[in-house]
Design a protein around this ligand. Structure first.
Ligand SMILES: Cc1ncc(C[n+]2csc(CCOP(=O)(O)OP(=O)(O)O)c2C)c(N)n1
Ligand SMILES: [Mg+2]
Length: 343
């Protein structure tokens, strides 16, 4: 039988690796993404938001852990499940919500919608609908940073469905040959629409695909914001030293369907529940409370504040104007003062 001291030891909280502020940042940052998207899901049901809408709920650690590990000037690019990263980076929730509504105050003036959020101020280079299309773009952004001799890198996210595309393999090969400052991240949430990773290939340990190109590659617990922060920090050190790319497999999970109309016949309710027990926000809440970094009341107040930010974004979107139909012809082709191109 365990002695009292042994029992105490087993239940004692792990030694904290980061200051209190870091844990509180992660908690609030992930909670903002969660509450924003819960609201977006409801608004979709009310037809305030239309068209495509892919929710990131369950995957919030993948964005927050990278944002805390990287610095200003670094660039982010992802696919169409793209509300979480800009929210984590500090893009105005008002502008993102307005974009979901299709209003002219949106991040892309209401012309991009959910799949095409873009905010060059924070280094968020979209928002891309073609599966795997952003992978060579991410390497191109990293190439530009290297060419311009900046200290910046590009973190390029894509899903497990994109990893079977030729663009992934061609890009990894070039990026390693040219030692580009890029971090490739596959967000392995188990499914590409309704197709499981196991159904699409014999290779289910996705990180091993990077080894074919001599790229340091590792799997990461995608439900742990701390694990992601650590892995991205190591990858960023390599990139900034000139050692080239790293390939990370974030093992994560989406709680909601692929898009808004998905009967989810391809998975069991038990599987979803299993992941919810490892929820990234609940894990950080437990670390904060176990270590007395804040009280339950403090965390409730953060939740209240976040809900107010989301409510304000909805009001902003509701009250914003629709784009003028004439705008359909602007920002489409090259213009001398095209506002979205990087300097
Ligand atoms: C080139 C291309 N083929 C097919 C599609 C249709 N499509 C949209 S999302 C998707 C699944 C992608 O899954 P994954 O990469 O795992 O990302 P997740 O949705 O899980 O975030 C597919 C096949 C597309 N958008 N682009
Ligand atoms: Mg997937």
């Amino acid at each position: 039988m365990a002695t009292v001291t042994e029992k105490k030891k087993a239940s004692a909280p792990k030694k904290l690796q980061h200051p209190k502020e870091q844990y509180l940042f992660w908690f609030e940052n992930m909670l903002l993404q969660r509450r924003f998207e819960e609201k977006s899901g409801q608004l979709y049901g009310q037809q305030k938001i239309r068209g495509f809408c892919h929710l990131y709920i369950g995957q919030e650690a993948c964005s927050s852990g990278a944002v805390s590990a990287l610095k200003e000037g670094d660039k982010y690019i992802t696919a169409y499940r793209d509300h979480g990263i800009p929210l984590a980076l500090g893009t105005s929730p008002n502008a993102i919500m307005a974009e979901l509504f299709g209003k002219k105050t949106g991040t892309t003036k209401g012309k991009g919608g959910s799949m095409h959020i873009f905010d060059k101020e924070v280094g968020f280079i979209g928002g891309h609908g073609i599966v795997g299309g952003q992978i060579p773009l991410g390497a191109g952004i990293a190439f530009a940073e290297k060419y311009n001799k900046t200290d910046n890198l590009c973190i390029c996210y894509f899903g497990d469905g994109a990893i079977r595309q030729g663009s992934f393999h061609e890009t990894l090969n070039m990026a390693m040959s040219w030692k580009l400052p890029v971090i490739f991240v596959v967000e392995n949430n188990g499914y590409a629409m309704g197709t499981s990773v196991a159904r699409s290939s014999n290779v289910t340990e996705l990180y091993t695909l990077g080894e074919a190109y001599d790229i340091p590659s590792e799997p990461v617990d995608g439900m742990s914001v701390e694990a992601i922060h650590e892995a991205v920090s190591r990858a960023a050190d390599r990139a900034r030293k000139g050692d080239g790319p790293t390939f990370l497999e974030f093992r994560t999970y989406r709680y909601r369907g692929h898009s808004m109309s998905d009967p989810q016949k391809y998975r069991s309710k038990e599987e979803v529940e299993e992941y919810k027990h490892r929820d990234p926000i609940e894990q950080i809440r437990a670390v904060i409370l176990d270590n007395k970094l804040a009280t339950e009341e403090d965390l409730d107040n953060i939740d209240k504040k976040v809900k107010e930010i989301v409510a304000e974004s909805v009001q902003f979107a509701e009250e914003s104007e629709w784009p003028d139909p004439k705008e359909a012809y602007t920002d489409v082709y090259v213009e001398s003062d095209y506002p979205f191109v990087m300097d």
